[in-house]
Design a protein around this ligand. Structure first.
Ligand SMILES: Cc1cc2nc3c(=O)[nH]c(=O)nc-3n(C[C@H](O)[C@H](O)[C@H](O)COP(=O)(O)OP(=O)(O)OC[C@H]3O[C@@H](n4cnc5c(N)ncnc54)[C@H](O)[C@@H]3O)c2cc1C
Length: 392
């Protein structure tokens, strides 16, 4: 693994830093907010993605013919890292850029590529991912949302849940059952569904943080033209696997920088805040917790580099992406637990650092569930990385 950037990668980083310095707005603190605040935040994030697109930085690793820059995965990683380093807001169309777009490039028709890829890059059309159902989460292949053929349309009926961003998405990458007669991984089809279609009902779900980032989505006799199939009928599992592997392997480098900034802030706060016997940083148990978080962050940084090396050599993320996802979600959760313990009552005050410690602690609970639970990731690592026999 060569971690020394090549001269053209250094030039790329310099050019990007210059652009970010001139253009990046500061990220706003995440918090439970009013409807109007939320709308304002979405507007702000859309404008930011549009700026990134106009600057020629959106979908860097996408091929040039589809509006990307044909950049290497290393350059994409540098982009994620620099974005996090300068504290810029995230890309609002994260599912479009990291999952829908790459899967349409891999499996879509030329017509689909022409129609859907440009507005994904500009953030004009935001995408959501309709996989999970009330009875099909980890075991998504058990999904029951049905699509039956009626002329040149499918009629879709069923329910999805935990659908992030559905309340402001234009399109949904939807997995449906088109055949129930064979094994469950067969008979699934991936559809590109217009969220404004009659019969699509979106109900936001409020989370423990007070925000409503995900939704229940109901499909009541929704008509979807057959031209909206991604890949082949009954072969949607192939699309699902491509999407899930991209989801798990994508954002390691940028995440490390963000987590490291949180960690450095925490260490600084423990020097300033008074505990029961002097400064918090003098407490031996707190020092051990902080050292443990530091070690785990270093392991995460190295794991991210390893995943990156694999993608740059083999072109696609492998099951090792599961190691990375497991590593960052559990590291982050433990670090936020340590922060709550170290900062004590301060961490619960809205006035202390804008309430970010309590908010991030609660938000971190979801990280070991979203994009595959820790138990499922351990199963994948055991079976597909270590080659152990399947569990019962
Ligand atoms: C913040 C957030 C955002 C999300 N966004 C989306 C989204 O945009 N689109 C979408 O489709 N989904 C989304 N999800 C859903 C997510 O993918 C599911 O929650 C996840 O796959 C787990 O499914 P489940 O909640 O049904 O739990 P279940 O699958 O019911 O699991 C319950 C428990 O049983 C354990 N378990 C299940 N099977 C096994 C097994 N074989 N071996 C060992 N243990 C097992 C699990 O680890 C878990 O602890 C999101 C979830 C969160 C938290």
């Amino acid at each position: 693994m060569n971690l020394n950037p090549a001269p053209d990668e250094e030039r790329f980083r310099d050019e990007l830093r210059t652009w970010l310095t001139a253009n990046a707005p500061a990220a706003r603190a995440a918090k439970a907010a009013s409807e109007e605040d939320n709308r304002d935040q979405i507007r702000h994030l859309r404008e930011w993605q549009r700026k990134v697109y106009d600057g020629g930085w959106a979908g860097l690793s996408w091929p040039k013919e589809y509006g990307g820059r044909g950049a290497s995965v290393i350059e994409q990683a540098i982009f994620n890292e620099e974005l996090a380093r300068c504290g810029a807001p995230p890309m609002i169309n994260v599912i479009g850029l990291a999952m829908a777009g790459p899967t349409i490039i891999a499996l879509g028709t030329e017509e689909q590529k022409k129609r859907y890829l440009p507005p994904i890059l500009s953030g004009e059309e935001i995408w959501c991912q309709g996989f999970s159902e009330p009875n099909a989460g980890s075991d998504v292949a058990s999904l029951g949302t049905k699509a039956t053929r009626d002329g040149d349309c499918f009629i879709v009926n069923g329910q999805k849940i935990w659908t992030s961003y559905a309340h402001y998405s234009s399109w949904c990458l939807l997995l449906v059952r088109t055949d129930s007669t064979g094994p469950k991984h067969k008979g699934i089809t991936c559809l590109l569904v217009d969220m404004k279609s009659p019969g699509v009902i979106v109900r936001p779900l409020k989370q423990i943080t007070g925000e409503a980032g995900f939704n229940e989505v109901f499909f009541d006799n929704v008509r979807v033209p057959v031209s909206q199939i991604l890949g082949e009928v009954d072969e949607g599992w192939k699309a699902a696997i491509t999407i899930l592997m991209n989801e798990r392997a994508n954002s390691g480098t940028g995440m490390y920088v963000t987590f490291r900034r949180i960690f450095d802030d925490l260490v600084q706060r423990t020097r300033e805040v008074a505990g029961r016997h002097g400064r918090v940083c003098d407490d031996p148990l707190t020092r051990q917790d902080l050292a443990q978080s530091y070690i785990e962050l270093e392991i995460f940084r190295l794991s991210a580099n390893r995943a990156l090396t694999r993608i740059s050599k083999q072109g696609t993320p492998g099951p090792e992406g599961s190691i990375l996802k497991l590593c960052y979600s559990e590291t982050y959760q433990r670090m936020m637990q340590n922060a709550m313990q170290a900062l004590g009552p301060y961490a619960q005050l809205a006035e202390f650092d804008g309430g970010k410690w309590g908010h991030n602690y609660l938000r971190a609970r979801s990280s070991t569930i979203a994009a595959g639970t820790s138990e499922i990731l351990r199963n994948i690592i055991a079976e597909r990385v270590l080659g152990l026999p399947k569990s019962y």
